[in-house]
Design a protein around this ligand. Structure first.
Ligand SMILES: Nc1ncnc2c1ncn2[C@@H]1O[C@H](COP(=O)(O)OP(=O)(O)OP(=O)(O)O)[C@@H](O)[C@H]1O
Ligand SMILES: [Mg+2]
Length: 258
């Protein structure tokens, strides 16, 4: 794939388990092209977060290869290639909201003055500017998730990996964040790989969707999302949207009961 910026080739992952080994990933191959918005849908425990740990170089695959651009990510973490929002917001308790948001920018060499400006603008955008001097323990789970999302969004990167970024948000805040993410992605020509349990969220935002099976996990299907951009909320009520949503739902349901 000539313009793919992220490529996973024939990935297997085994974890040690009390009764031997747990085969989590079974021959996963996927790619994300430069500037593409790709989502991964899959059941709980299928290994989606594990895939991200491997992309970030936190865990090595048992076999197979991962490339980001020209770099082979064989269990090595490299600065500046990905920005990663983990499933559990991992904010530093001793840093306040604003300095947590600035962290990814500062680690990647953005000048403090610019980082402060971007952090403040971003906090206003996620509706948390009045909390900028608060510490994470004083925030709700959904607020912490928005801070973690903002930090990933503002960190310079080649690929942005988001692990269920909006799971703790109410429906309206979720829609706001989805729209903002897509707007930033369009403006800055980012490349995004997003994990979600929501078929609707994946369809609304993505160019392509990988649907994963249960463990040992393989790619069940790949969907190219046909809806033109810019997409607006009215798309959710169209017949073609609900039809495709139901088709993916049925596909996942049949396979999980097979
Ligand atoms: N470090 C580890 N050691 C042993 N087993 C692990 C480890 N990390 C993950 N697993 C196992 O691998 C499987 C996949 O876990 P993972 O967190 O990747 O799933 P997931 O698809 O992200 O699930 P969810 O949708 O619930 O977040 C699970 O059965 C989990 O128990
Ligand atoms: Mg997970």
């Amino acid at each position: 794939m000539s313009n793919s910026i992220l490529e996973m080739k024939q990935i297997h992952k085994y974890f040690p388990h009390e009764s031997g080994t747990l085969h989590v990933l079974n021959d996963i191959s996927l790619h994300v092209n430069e500037g593409e918005f790709v989502s991964i849908l899959g059941p709980s425990g299928s290994g989606k977060s594990t895939l991200f740990h491997m992309i970030g170089g936190i865990t090595a695959p048992s076999s197979g290869e991962i490339y980001i651009g020209q770099h082979n990510m064989d269990g090595i973490s490299r600065k500046g290639l990905i920005s990663y929002m983990p499933q559990q917001a991992s904010l530093f308790p001793w840093r306040n909201v604003e300095t947590n948001v600035r962290l990814g920018m500062e680690l990647n060499g953005i000048r403090k003055k610019d980082a402060i400006k971007q952090a403040r603008e971003g906090l206003a955008k996620v509706g948390l500017e009045q909390y900028s001097k608060h510490y994470p323990h004083a925030l709700s789970g959904g607020m912490q998730q928005r801070i973690s999302f903002l930090r990933a969004l503002l960190t310079p990167n080649v690929v942005m990996c988001l692990d269920e970024p909006f799971a703790s948000l109410d429906a309206f805040t979720r829609m706001d964040m989805q729209n903002w993410l897509v707007q930033r992605w369009e403006e800055e020509q980012k490349t995004i790989l997003l994990i979600t349990h929501h078929i609707e969220e994946a369809l609304y935002m993505s160019d392509r969707i990988y649907v994963l099976s249960d463990k040992p996990t393989s790619v069940l299907a790949t969907y190219t999302v046909p809806f033109p951009r810019p997409r607006t909320e009215s798309l959710l009520a169209t017949e073609s949207f609900t039809k495709l949503k139901f088709e993916i739902y049925q596909h996942m349901k049949q396979k999980s009961r097979a």
